[in-house]
Design a protein around this ligand. Structure first.
Ligand SMILES: [Zn+2]
Length: 494
């Protein structure tokens, strides 16, 4: 599961209510069968979360081992390659880059004066090896973004007023209008230090999206110095007015930034369980195989973030579900099993899947994501992430009811919709849901988020499998029903 700063406001609840929600196992499945499932889950999580897999970071030997393991398990279960590309069976390549900011410099020429801004006044970032703009005029857009016409900013250096959180959304909107660079005006040196911490670390991006976007940050005092105190305060006052329009400034800038950048190929693993009625649609099971690799402080003895819960558990449930489906099929619709890369870096593998799907996206009838599932005890309520967004709801709720499962805290589940791979599918209109006991309430998930989440302590010893087995059995029934054309047909396209 991906980290998202803004959603961190989870008040961590007490553990005491955990016991209260246990006590309604899925009656129809005999205990021996649950035990057999549990054994397989524990084995697979143990392998994927072992130090040998080194935290499953994309582009490492840990990736190679992870991808090989998942491929082998899918083959053993009787699946065929799902890449729809004989040249790259099982493995759909995902072109990624790692970038880490290296150097930057910023010079403003205002009137006849030249200001070379210091490291405590300005910083610039690029995701390319080197970017340079020199001599373009500055255009001040205040707090606007959507309302700015592209011709007012294209090819120019945009100066925008930042707000706490430094306005990534507005910056993204403005970058679409093709400026040469964007300068975001921030408060003071503290804000520069915060930016260096936030943007200064290594990032992984999709190569297709890691194109030029030279982004600079300048403190308000430095802007006032370069523009002149009075001119700058007139501009910031104008920015507050209703009838504000962009102002081209009597100034130009030279901004240069470099980064350490490495391109590499990672992989989504794709398997396919052919259906008995070709052309009747596709069911997708999805889970991210990647985690963070080494993390924690240099001095820590154990620096491997094993990601047992996040997301060895989701992969293990997906694999075991696949084995059971393969053994009990065939079903009418094709079932694709997709283990995605680089979820932790912003759902990158899932987005690559959407950009180059092995089947037309319109043919995907339903997608089920598995992420961070080994948290809740057996009999827990069910978190339904993505509820209310697809035509899948009625049948899902019917199956849940028939299985004796109760819906958890809706508002709680809703907070996670953008933090999981299903979101990349939803963004392109593909019906995707993420259903797990782990996301039923803050009381269930909160303690994990505040302790082992994205830490070296996320190890196999800490997984709780009762709820994960419930999740698996519920999905077995869901897939059975959604893969049957008589039980579910997607709404006709508009
Ligand atoms: Zn995560």
């Amino acid at each position: 599961m991906i980290f998202q700063g803004a959603k961190k406001a989870l008040v961590i609840g007490a553990l005491l209510a955990l016991a209260a929600c246990a006590g309604k196992p899925i009656a129809s499945v005999p205990a021996e069968e649950r035990n057999a499932i549990e054994e397989n889950l524990r084995r697979d999580i143990g392998i994927l979360a072992s130090d040998d897999f080194a935290g499953r970071k994309p582009g490492t030997l840990g990736e190679e081992k992870t991808v090989a393991f998942i491929t082998e398990e899918l083959m053993k279960a009787g699946l065929t390659s799902g890449t729809n590309d004989p040249g790259s069976a099982w493995r759909a390549p995902v072109q990624l880059v790692t970038t880490q900011p290296f150097t930057s410099s910023l010079v403003v020429r205002s009137g006849r004066r030249t200001f070379e801004l210091g490291a405590e006044e300005a910083v610039a970032f690029t995701v390319r090896r080197r970017e340079l703009v020199d001599g373009q005029p500055l255009v001040f857009v205040g707090k606007e973004a959507e309302n700015i016409a592209a011709q007012d900013v294209a090819g120019k250096i945009v100066v925008m007023l930042g707000e706490p959180g430094v306005s990534p959304r507005r910056r993204a909107v403005l970058f679409e209008k093709r400026p040469a660079a964007i300068i975001t005006v921030i408060e003071g040196p503290d804000a520069i230090a915060r930016l260096n911490r936030a943007f200064g670390r290594e990032r992984i991006l999709l190569e297709s999206e890691a194109q030029g976007s030279l982004s600079a940050f300048v403190t308000a005092p430095a802007m006032a110095k370069t523009m002149g105190e009075r001119a700058w305060s007139r501009l910031t006052e104008a920015a507050e007015k209703e009838d504000f329009a962009p102002v081209t400034l009597e100034a130009t800038a030279k901004i240069e930034a470099t980064s350490q950048r490495r391109e590499f190929t990672s992989y989504n693993v794709m398997g396919r369980l052919p259906g008995s009625r070709p052309g009747s649609g596709v069911i997708v099971l999805m889970g991210h195989w990647d985690h963070l690799g080494e993390c924690g402080r240099e001095s820590d003895e154990d620096r491997v973030c094993n990601g047992a819960v996040d997301n060895a558990s989701g992969i293990a449930v997906m694999l075991e579900l696949t084995r059971r489906l393969a053994a009990s099929g065939p079903f009418e619709r094709d079932i694709y099993v997709i283990a995605t890369t680089a979820e932790e870096q912003g759902l990158l593998g899932a987005r690559a899947f959407i950009q180059q799907p092995p089947v037309p996206l319109e043919s995907i009838v339903a997608a089920f994501n598995f992420d961070t599932v080994a948290i809740a005890p057996a009999g827990s309520k069910v978190g339904f992430v993505g509820e209310g967004r697809t035509a899948l709801d009625p049948l899902i709720l019917e199956v849940m009811q028939q299985s004796g499962r109760e819906l958890g805290d809706r508002d709680f589940a809703e907070q996670f919709v953008q933090r999981q791979d299903g979101w990349a599918l939803l963004q392109d209109g593909v019906p995707a849901v993420f259903i797990s006991t782990a996301f039923s309430s803050e009381i269930v998930l909160g303690p994990y988020l505040s302790t082992d989440y994205h830490k070296a302590g996320d190890e196999v010893e800490a997984v709780v499998l009762g709820g994960a087995i419930d999740d698996l059995l519920l999905h077995e029934e869901l897939v059975r029903r959604f893969a049957d054309t008589a039980q579910y047909s997607p709404p006709a396209a508009e």
